[in-house]
Design a protein around this ligand. Structure first.
Ligand SMILES: C[S@@+](CC[C@H](N)C(=O)[O-])C[C@H]1O[C@@H](n2cnc3c(N)ncnc32)[C@H](O)[C@@H]1O
Length: 283
């Protein structure tokens, strides 16, 4: 099976349109769709990986999807749209390129993103992931600090990360609690990290807090990634402000909706990175 993540945004698998691509609330014209799936070039630019290598990582990511998708789709008990797979494949390709020894993730739910990160670490033959989640068992979800409802919930404590296959768990530590409380001591404990992925509460406050906490611990050349930066205006603002204040190679991928941001830390980088917004969406 082809990966959903194209190594080049000029490529687009028409069959995804034909076979019922579920963009939900997102626009569906082809140009937009190309932007959604064409993250590979941006990933190469920001991580510094050669394009050919990134193409290989994207292909591998597609194989991971092919392997796990049927089980995850069945077990998760809800429809998983194509966008989620593509977003997770991008995480996989990033971890293959950055080869983090230590990575931290906030926001696990049932562990789809964690599984892709861990699958990439397995392939790297190195790396450890620590994930933090403060689960809610209320199916209605909860209201975040900006007043938006986040409906991500799990059935019970054992359901947090339960989709991560046993064979992927040896490089994984899962900590349950509020990232506000757990993240700073975890980062102090780890000292330096190579990559950070935010996918917990997408409020201005929480995102800004996590970015600011992770950044000083990120090694030179490491990557800060945030999901759902287009989730709300406050979330957009949190990403844009942080990127504007921390120059370095950056991109917004799945760029038509601009939902995932990545920023690489480069010592001595000067001037605005220019990627805090969707300006580069169709470069
Ligand atoms: C969008 S879901 C994460 C999805 C997950 N990354 C995946 O790939 O399936 C958001 C998660 O953030 C968690 N969360 C919300 N607020 C949090 C907080 N303050 N600290 C830690 N986790 C939090 C929720 O319990 C939920 O599981």
């Amino acid at each position: 099976m082809d990966g959903l993540l194209s190594p080049d945004r000029l490529w687009f698998p028409v069959r995804h349109l034909r076979d019922g691509l579920d963009f939900g609330r997102f626009p569906t014209d082809v140009r937009v769709a190309m932007g959604v799936f064409g993250a590979g070039r941006d990933l190469a630019r920001v991580t510094g990986a050669p394009r050919a290598a990134m193409e290989g990582y994207c292909r591998e990511a597609g194989q991971v999807t092919a392997e796990y998708r049927p089980r995850w789709a069945a077990e998760r008990g809800q429809r998983l749209d194509e966008f989620l797979w593509a977003a997770c494949e991008a995480l996989y390709a990033t971890v293959r390129a950055v080869r983090p020894a230590e990575m931290v993730e906030t926001g696990v739910q049932r562990g789809v993103s964690s599984a892709y990160l861990l699958a990439a670490m397995e392939r790297n033959g190195t790396g450890h992931l620590t994930s933090i989640d403060l689960p809610t068992f209320d199916r209605a979800g909860r209201v975040n600090r900006d007043g938006f409802v986040d409906d991500s919930s799990v059935a019970g404590p054992d359901a947090v990360g339960d989709l991560v296959a046993p064979g992927l768990r040896r490089r994984w530590t899962l900590r349950l609690g509020d990232a506000r409380e757990l993240l700073p001591p975890l980062l102090d404990e780890l000292g330096t990290i190579d990559a950070f992925f935010h996918d917990s509460e997408h409020s201005y406050d929480q995102m800004s807090f996590e970015f600011a906490a992770a950044w000083p611990h990120l090694r030179d050349g490491g990557c800060l990634i945030s999901d759902d930066i287009a989730w709300s205006d406050p979330a957009r603002r949190a990403w844009r402000e942080f990127v504007a204040a921390h120059p370095g190679p950056a991109c917004v991928y799945f760029s038509s909706i601009g939902n995932r941001g990545m920023l690489r830390k480069v010592a001595g980088a000067a001037g605005p990175s220019g990627d805090g917004s969707r300006r580069d969406a169709f470069k």
